[in-house]
Design a protein around this ligand. Structure first.
Ligand code: ARG
Ligand code: ZN
Length: 423
């Protein structure tokens, strides 16, 4: 009996040890405050030399002297990494402990749980689920939804676009384009596309804004632009960003689709090394996913007036240019649109979104879809970075989906209605 007691005490002590900071048995996400150039070098080195995943910024080269860095560190490297940080007087906080549990929460299928009150749209869905949903949605709303196949991914998965139309037929209809899921790990993005489609179908003729939008514009929605990457985040690596194309020169997999468009392609802010997270690919539109979107927009460029690309995280409403520090000709107009949208989000949801031209608000990022669309002639072109600002980052819990989506929806409606008046 006594032996048992001692054993239990020892076991508890051992458990306590395990949960203390540097010996955690869980993968963690650290927030690291960089304040000098020297520290920036150190953190860049850590992120490239140890098995870690940079969450924010997207690439080590974006780490400067005053950057808050979010770094995912697997349990087996935690000790080494935190030691290095301490040695170089870098302060850090643990943003997330036990990311495994959060990932489990995001992939749990609550539809089988009768106690769960969360709707389909307040959960994340596997790629198979989303394909099924696309089909079902089109079947249930034959009067308002058409499915268009615009191409296929590197691994030959179909790229489906939903075309939403109001029941008022008008010749020469203008259009909006929305794509989600360029980056695989940004799960809130496809969730938003599903949310938006559902909202449009449910509230057409009930909500004035969405009714006006659908009566004046067709809306093309691409729910998952990077299906191979998205699938991979569900099966193999939750932190994956790029697509899954193989390269001839390297064993590293994947191209950053948001560096693969023909807008100052391959210049500063993108990488020509296949192992990097911001690898721009072999040439502009070398990736079938980027090419499919570019082809579709080229052939619809006269009708599409508003381009919108949904990403996460960071809470930002961005517009071109991303590929240069130059201002676009209608900078002031675009600035006003995002400022207005951000103000509405602050008023209704008490949440702050940054807004402005991309290169100045976030970082130089050439080869982006929004800049390319702008240069094609779609002069209302935006990228939204949805919630949050780093508390959960890519692992935003399902319970926060509705708020993130409602904020983005408010911004989208605000911008779209103004664009309808202007074009
Ligand atoms: N965070 C996203 C990225 O790294 C968007 C950055 C802004 N770039 C853009 N083209 N809008 O790709
Ligand atoms: Zn992204």
């Amino acid at each position: 009996m006594k032996a048992l007691l001692i054993w239990a005490v020892l076991l508890n002590f051992y458990k306590l040890l395990q949960t203390s900071d540097c010996t955690s048995t869980h993968d963690q996400v650290l927030s690291i405050q960089v304040t000098t150039h020297q520290q920036a070098d150190i953190v860049r080195n850590i992120s490239s030399q140890y098995e870690t995943v940079l969450w924010s910024p997207a690439s080590p080269e974006y780490i400067g002297a005053h950057t808050e860095v979010h770094l995912f560190v697997p349990a087996n490297n935690l000790g080494t990494v935190t030691d290095l940080l301490q040695t170089h007087h870098l302060t850090h906080q643990v943003l997330l402990d036990n990311t495994e549990e959060l990932i489990e929460m995001q992939t749990r299928n609550e539809s089988s749980d009768p106690r769960s009150s969360a709707s389909y749209y307040e959960r994340y869905h596997s790629l198979e689920d989303i394909y099924y949903w696309i089909n079902k949605t089109a079947q249930e709303h034959p009067d308002m939804v058409k499915v268009i196949l615009i191409g296929s991914s590197y691994e030959k998965r179909p790229l489906y676009v939903l075309k939403l139309s109001g029941r008022q037929e008008r010749a020469e209809k203008r259009a909006i384009w929305i794509d989600c899921g360029i980056h695989a790990r940004e799960w809130i993005s496809p969730a938003f596309c599903l949310w938006f489609v559902q909202y449009s179908l449910n509230f057409y003729n009930l909500n004035n804004d969405i009714t006006e939008m659908l009566n004046s514009m067709d809306i093309y929605v691409l729910p998952v632009m990077n299906p191979d990457g998205y699938k991979y985040t569900w099966t193999t690596n939750r932190m994956w960003r790029k697509n899954r194309s193989l390269s001839k020169e390297s064993n590293c997999v994947g191209t950053d689709l948001n560096r693969n468009f023909d807008a100052n392609w391959g210049t500063k802010g993108a990488s020509n090394r296949p192992c990097d997270e911001i690898y721009c690919g072999q040439f502009p539109e070398s990736e079938p996913e980027a090419e499919a979107v570019a082809n579709f927009l080229r052939s619809h460029k006269d009708s599409v007036k508003l381009y919108l690309s949904i990403h996460s995280y960071g809470q930002m409403l961005l517009f071109p240019y991303s590929c240069s520090n130059e201002e676009v000709p209608n900078h002031a107009e675009l600035f006003e649109l995002v400022q207005d949208a951000a103000m509405k989000i602050r008023r209704y949801y008490r949440n702050n979104y940054k807004y402005g031209a991309s290169a100045k608000t976030i970082y130089l990022a050439p080869g982006g879809s929004d800049d390319w669309a702008y240069n094609l002639g779609i002069h209302y072109s935006f990228t939204f970075e949805l919630e949050d600002r780093g508390r959960y980052g890519f692992l935003l819990p399902p319970s926060l989906i509705s708020k993130a989506c409602n904020e983005a929806l408010l911004a989208l409606k605000s911008i779209a209605l103004r664009v309808i008046q202007k074009t």
